[in-house]
Design a protein around this ligand. Sequence first.
Ligand SMILES: [Zn+2]
Length: 403
Amino acid sequence: MTLPVDPVENLAVLIRCPSVTPAEGGALTALANMLKPLGFSIDQPVFSESGTPDIDNLYARLSGDGAGDGPGNGPHLMFAGHTDVVPPGDESAWKHPPFSAAIDNGEIYGRGAVDMKGGIACFAAAVARHVEENGPLKGSISFLITGDEEGPAINGTAKLLDWAKARGERWDAAVVGEPTNPDRLGDMIKIGRRGSVSGTIVVRGVQGHAAYPHLAENPVRGLVTLVEALLDPVLDEGTRDFQPSNLEVTTIDVGNPATNVIPGKATASFNIRFNDSWTGETIMAEIHNRLDHAAASNRLRPGRETPIAYELLWRDRPSPVFLTRDDRLIGTLSASIEAVTGRKPQLSTSGGTSDARFIKNYCPVVEFGLVGQTMHMIDERAALSDLEMLTRIYQRFLADFFA
Ligand SMILES: [Zn+2]
């Protein structure tokens, strides 16, 4: 049997599976077929929840030194990621069809090339080379791969972790293969992520004639006051490991087409990316405080001193902030990157959330993958030289991790 030692071949196979969330598209099965010759035991659990599509997932484990399926000797490393991809957009705008895996001028084209079938293809190749060179593992490696990262993420990594834990799986460290490098391979490891929470403020007034404001109550006045209280003062100045927390007002809606009508209702929505000086609970409490204070102190207009009546609705639960402090994991990966690329990666907590937010509850987790420049874009593509280099980085990391 041929081992999946070539990341470009692995990636081409994966790209040709049209796995736009929530479709499996053959991608997980293709990955399973790649891993089987290496001796991985494979499960492909499907998770369901009413109101969301069923999702295919994959958990593959390779245990070295005759440990079988049980908890083997030596450390257990998890590689995590997703095979689902975002829609290709206007397919005719692509230089090469988005699921063709065409190679052109040293680059392979296709939806998911960098986000993140490329990372999976390289890690599979690295494991294959490691096993080929060193024989049985001195520990265990698991692939924890979902088909629901780009979608609602309900039937994906969170449930897969639970499912594996219930079967007795424990991990010592995890690497997520998301594209983390802004410009060049070796730029950046993500060692944490900011938290995120979104809310909507609804202010209700009394609709009326714009010329007779004493008979009405304009909710826009109240909303403007409340929004100002969200924005000023700033939430914090940043911390040692994180940039300052940020609140963005994402929309303000009144929907009033008439010039002579005072509207009856006004809403505003916002999203906060918060650092490790907050938890989801404390940041939400801060927002409630600011709004209550502003609502109570507001004078709607001279002679009108009723507080602003508002409702605050939180969308979903906050996703928590986290920071990985495992020096051995971070140090081993950094050293591998430096040895292969000659660049010392920046340890960063910037950017959006990822499935690492779930994994951090089980073991220390870091993220490192390809260059992210074309992710989610028309003509998403990866340089063949980067795929080879990332494979060597992962391979070196495996050698040191299992040394
Ligand atoms: Zn991704």
